[in-house]
Write a protein that binds this ligand. Structure first.
Ligand code: ADP
Ligand code: MG
Length: 252
């Protein structure tokens, strides 16, 4: 079943002159697929993610999620940015249950799930901590647990590990793979890091600039589950070389 279906998508931001951010984007994402959008700064990755989220609207073409056009942001699509937007005065637990609680859901309908999601992201022992007491990676985990508790089946991630140090970043990539392996959400993961895209995704869309286009769709030949050892394999290095070649020969 196709979960996200995008055809001939255009996005031009108004202004003098107008900015043509995306042109002729075709993208089909299956339920449970892990997709990476890979490209240099300014190629329209965030714009594409924001259109899928419903924060922005297309100026041409069609964009459907679950068979219906996206008309507004909604809990079915959870967004993770570079910094987790947590409430600093609420504990980890209160942050994670915030959405269902303000929606007036009965506790019995979300508390078990919240416990489960905190366990999956490895934060069961930190329920009573405040965000300021956590590392950057842990705050991102709270953000992920929060959208999973809301019941999001589509995760839209915009360079979520970009602000983390290399070691933490790797730990977070492994954690995300484990979350995906257990729950099989659809993930659209924006990055400009080739290694990150190959390590995580089933399918990589390489984008290019001015205007943002999809240059190539590439299927990642690595098996699942993946471990860090896979990033030193022959298949990994061949793929990395191919993508570098593709990017180097793109002159917009
Ligand atoms: P990326 O995330 O790949 O770095 P963006 O989607 O942020 O790229 O930006 C794509 C292009 O659209 C850039 O030229 C950027 O300056 C422009 N842009 C992004 N958001 C806006 C906006 N709200 N108004 C005008 N131009 C924008
Ligand atoms: Mg961006």
């Amino acid at each position: 079943m196709s979960n996200i279906h995008i055809q001939g998508l255009d996005k031009t931001y108004p202004g003098t002159p107008p900015v043509r951010a995306l042109h002729g984007i075709d993208l089909t994402v299956a339920q449970g697929e892990f997709v990476a959008l890979l490209g240099p700064s300014g190629c329209g990755k965030s714009t594409l993610l924001n259109l899928i989220a419903g924060f922005e609207f297309p100026t041409g073409g069609t964009l459907q999620v679950g068979g219906a056009p996206v008309e507004a942001p909604g809990p079915s699509r959870g967004v993770v940015f570079q910094e987790a937007a947590l409430f600093p005065w609420l504990t980890v637990w209160e942050n994670v249950i915030f959405g269902p609680r303000v929606q007036g859901m009965p506790k019995a309908d979300y508390e078990g799930r919240a416990e489960e999601m905190l366990r999956i992201v490895g934060l069961s022992d930190f329920k009573n901590h405040l965000p300021v007491q956590l590392s950057g990676g842990m705050r991102q985990r709270v953000g992920i647990a929060r959208i999973l508790t809301l019941g999001s089946r589509v995760l839209l991630m915009d360079e979520p590990f970009g602000a983390l140090d290399a070691q933490t970043r790797l730990t977070m990539q492994e954690l995300l793979l484990s979350v995906w392996q257990q729950l099989k959400p659809t993930i659209i993961f924006v990055t400009h890091d080739i290694d990150e895209a190959i390590f995580l995704a089933d399918t990589i869309y390489v984008m290019s600039v001015r205007p943002g286009r999809i240059q190539q769709r590439i299927e990642v030949p690595l098996g699942r589950p993946r471990t860090i050892t896979d990033t030193t394999s022959e298949a990994f290095n061949t793929m990395k070389r191919d993508i570098l070649h593709l990017i180097r020969h793109d002159h917009g």
